[in-house]
Ligand binder design. Structure first.
Ligand SMILES: [Zn+2]
Ligand SMILES: [Zn+2]
Length: 381
């Protein structure tokens, strides 16, 4: 079965313009690095499609989709902007925004459909992972929530969906959209909302109604390193995944946990990006016959971190080894545009320099979360 990358240059039309931190050049840099390494030869690259209006309203309100459409034609409409979370700053409307955002959702659906039909075993939807978009609200550079639409696609087939979000920011939109169901379990490891957007993701956010116990949050302190991140992941994710018994895994691989990332305060390296991919890959084979949809997400250290992190992720997704050296041809091709020295090595030594109090606090949080959630899941089954 194929394990493709889902991408086309159309995905780059999702771009808020010059100066905005979400720089779509990162997609070109990452996919070009994969191509240079020969990683795209085996399964090819599958283009997205444009999600239909009906598919978007699986998770978004019809009024919101209509507003995005209207703003897409007339980005300067002040009232619509204000009502739905758009405006200068994080989410400036742009011409063609609806089509661009619906293409990102369509990429998630192409991946999900391939996995559901058995054509794909795993897939990496690199431009996806827009986890902050809410039912009727744009937020945090996210217009339509493609990962939530993919989760909903599987849920409608009667599948139990495990969503794991490794972005430095809390996966608040996805969590909110499935807050009251026990069919989609969301786990988010993120920098604590005390210091970082969107300010949520507290361990007490456990879901509601039938969904109580099916929203899992592990907030991490600033300066969290690879060692502590891995420790918290291991404390929570495998045990909760086994207790939940999913039919499919959907994962968000935001790489803004990196210590170089300009928007966040964690101290991880690309080690965590590859580690997370490896472990959820293993869990997908252990628990759901390998059915696994991986997406991109945040990542604002565009030149040095994102291309390496997502190339390492796709190496895992496609069962191919990634060498330790960044190809000279790739470095040469991008050198003229890069504002800084491009990396020579694909990997980094895992970081372990966090203050002991950070590590202890994180581990204590993770242990309490795991204990509470496993108790709730045990009661439910
Ligand atoms: Zn596999
Ligand atoms: Zn993020």
């Amino acid at each position: 079965m194929a394990c493709p990358l889902v991408y086309s240059p159309d995905c780059r039309r999702y771009d808020f313009g010059g100066g905005h931190p979400l720089n779509s050049t990162r997609l070109e840099l990452a996919t070009d690095l994969m191509r240079e390494l020969g990683l795209l030869d085996r399964f090819g690259v599958v283009p997205p499609r444009v999600a239909s209006e009906e598919e978007l309203t699986w998770v978004h309100s019809p009024e919101y989709v209509a507003a995005v459409r209207a703003l897409s034609h007339r980005p300067d409409h002040p009232l619509l902007s204000r009502l739905y979370g758009f405006g200068p700053g994080d989410n400036p409307p742009f011409t063609g925004m609806h089509e661009a955002a619906a293409t990102i959702v369509g990429g998630a659906l192409v991946a999900a459909e391939g996995i559901a039909s058995g054509a794909f075993l795993h897939a990496f939807h690199i431009s996806g992972g827009l986890h902050h978009a809410h039912r009727a609200q744009a937020s945090g550079f996210c217009v339509y929530n493609d990962v939530a639409v993919a989760c909903e696609f599987f849920r409608r087939r009667g599948w139990r969906v495990l969503y794991v979000d490794a972005d430095a920011h809390h996966g608040d939109g996805t969590q909110a959209l499935f807050y009251d169901t026990d069919e989609v379990l969301t786990i988010s490891l993120h920098e604590t909302g005390r210091y970082l957007f969107p300010g949520t993701g507290d361990p007490e956010e456990l879901g509601q109604g039938r969904g109580y116990g099916y929203s899992v949050n592990v907030p991490l302190l600033p300066l969290t390193d690879d060692a502590s991140w891995v420790e918290c992941f291991e404390c929570v994710v495998p045990a909760v995944a086994r207790a939940f018994r999913p039919d499919v895994l959907v994962t968000q691989h935001g790489c803004d946990t990196h210590r170089r990332d300009p928007l966040t305060d964690l101290s991880c390296t690309v080690y965590t990006a590859e580690y997370f991919a490896r472990r959820v890959h293993e869990l997908s084979h252990e628990l759901c016959d390998g059915r696994w949809l991986a997406t991109g997400g945040g990542g604002y250290d565009v030149w040095v971190t994102v291309p390496r992190a997502w190339t390492l992720v796709y190496g895992v997704v496609s069962h191919q080894d990634v060498p330790d050296t960044v190809p000279e041809a790739w470095r040469r091709r991008w050198r003229a545009w890069a504002p800084e020295e491009l990396p020579h090595r694909m990997r980094e030594e895992p970081s372990h320099g966090a203050p002991p109090v950070v590590r202890a606090h994180n581990l204590d949080t993770a242990r309490r979360v795991a204990e509470r959630v496993l108790e709730l899941l045990g009661r439910g089954s």
